[in-house]
Design a protein around this ligand. Structure first.
Ligand code: BTN
Length: 270
């Protein structure tokens, strides 16, 4: 196992919420954790892999998952208070990912001086650096009443991948922390920081979901942007004006009509 992931053993000693299972190569961390969940593994079970052979993205796409360079992990949640919307869980995870990346550098004066301040969240699940995709979140829910329900949150972040490692077809639209910052990042430390941050947001989600919504608006460029959204009912154009307590995106369409989107592919228009 690469040394930078071995440091997770230290975090495992410190945490009483997470139980981390480390794999070298796996099909998909989401798929294996889903099976763990069905077998009764507890909330807080985490799978981290050094590489994925069948990494999955949203909308049936594949997720490029080469060995040794990026973060591929999944977290199991079994929320007691139901009514939790997968979208709200996804944006809580986005908050944790963006916060952990921005915190990689401790700027002397202002977080705004950090080179990773350009990292932001695009509704509902994308992590961007400026106008390139840096990572993404894939949340799968199994809803079977309060006791049997669970969520698997998959997080993929491009960390130490070089530009030449990226397949041609996504090279213009994808990036990594290494490409943007020029330094190699310790994946284990970044994962520990994401997990710690996520735990805080998860507690907050139980108590004050409104604060999650407002914090997320602070790290997203989707709000107040002109967007094109591809929904199950077709394509719409308009201005994204906010998200509600379920994490749904509010769009005022060019026709003046308001629409709430639960899930859609959103493109920011300039
Ligand atoms: C997306 O933006 O389409 C979501 C990408 C999610 C990728 C992560 S990598 C870890 C976890 N396991 C998977 O197979 N997918 C998610």
């Amino acid at each position: 196992m690469p040394r930078d992931l071995q440091s997770l053993a230290v975090f495992q000693e410190e945490t009483d919420f997470y139980r981390i299972h480390l794999y070298d190569v796996i099909g998909s961390t989401n798929d294996i954790l889903y099976r763990f969940a069905e077998d009764g593994h507890p909330e807080g079970t985490v799978i981290v892999a050094n590489a994925q052979e069948q990494g999955r993205g949203r909308l049936g796409r594949s997720w490029f998952s080469p060995p040794g360079v990026n973060i591929y992990l999944s977290i199991l949640l079994r929320p007691k208070a139901f009514g939790f919307q997968p979208t709200l869980i996804t944006i809580s995870a986005s908050l944790a990912v963006v916060e952990a990346i921005r915190g990689l550098e401790k700027p002397k004066f202002e977080i705004k001086d950090s080179k990773f301040y350009n990292v932001w969240s695009k509704w509902p699940n994308d992590i961007y650096f400026a106008d390139k995709k840096l990572g993404g979140i894939l949340t799968t829910a199994s809803l079977r009443g309060v006791e049997g329900s669970f969520f698997v949150i998959g997080i993929g972040v491009n960390v130490n991948m070089r530009r030449e490692d990226i397949p041609q077809d996504i090279r213009d639209n994808a990036t990594s922390l290494y490409i943007e910052g020029g330094d190699v990042t310790d994946r284990g430390r970044l994962i520990a920081s994401m997990l710690k941050s996520f735990q805080v947001y998860y507690i907050q989600l139980n108590k004050e979901p409104d604060t999650i919504v407002s914090s997320w608006c602070g790290i997203s460029k989707t709000i107040n942007s002109r967007v094109r959204a591809i929904t199950q009912r077709g394509e719409i154009h308009g201005i994204a004006t906010g998200i509600d307590e379920r994490g749904f995106l509010r769009v005022i369409q060019d026709s003046g009509e308001e629409i709430m989107l639960n899930s859609a592919e959103v493109v920011h228009l300039r």
